[in-house]
Design a protein around this ligand. Structure first.
Ligand code: ATP
Ligand code: GLN
Length: 146
């Protein structure tokens, strides 16, 4: 029996208002990316040290010997940025602009639908929890009202 395959991929995130942009990038590019994001009003970012393999595999990292560990995995940094859907493309473009060297090992970006956001301090949910004071939405609305 042949395996049946969907001809088109479903729009998994059609009913969702927020996405998590998850970028696996070179550790030494993280300062460039985070300052670029801050300048565009992205103020909420989570960063983790991770290891993995991709096309770069276990080949030696060109930039800084300490990036390469004893095992087959290459040390990377994962940046997770939850934003409203309308800000996803701007975040992706900024990450590429700041993280790209053009060499194998620049990394990968995943976009993941997020069902809800809750601010622990206030209990706010959804748009209210996603918005940050002085964040990108505030920057854009104050620029257009001037
Ligand atoms: P508060 O207004 O109560 O300070 P906040 O929205 O500024 O709330 P924090 O409590 O400062 O949120 O956030 C705690 C941590 O959550 C941050 O250090 C960061 O790691 C993560 N974080 C917050 N917002 C986001 C986001 N939009 N995307 C990814 N990570 C986030
Ligand atoms: N979208 C939020 C805002 O415009 C910012 C989200 C974030 O910083 N991750 O305020």
């Amino acid at each position: 029996v042949p395996i049946s395959r969907a001809q088109t991929s479903p729009d998994y995130s059609s009913d969702v208002k927020f996405c998590k942009v998850e970028a696996i990038i070179r550790p030494w590019r993280v300062p460039h990316v985070s300052s670029g994001l801050l300048k565009m009003g992205i103020r909420g970012v989570t960063v983790s040290d991770v290891k993995g393999f991709g096309a770069q595999g276990g080949s030696t990292e060109r930039h800084g010997g300490s990036e390469f560990s004893e095992d087959k995995f290459v040390t990377k940094v994962k940046m997770e940025i939850v934003v409203s859907k309308d800000q996803v493309d701007a975040v992706i473009d900024k990450i590429i602009e700041e993280a790209r060297t053009g060499e194998i090992g620049d990394g990968k970006i995943f976009v993941i639908p997020v069902s809800d956001i809750i601010r622990v301090r206030t209990g706010e949910r959804g748009d209210k929890a996603e918005r940050m004071t002085g964040g990108r939405a505030d920057m854009i609305s104050s620029a257009s009202s001037n």
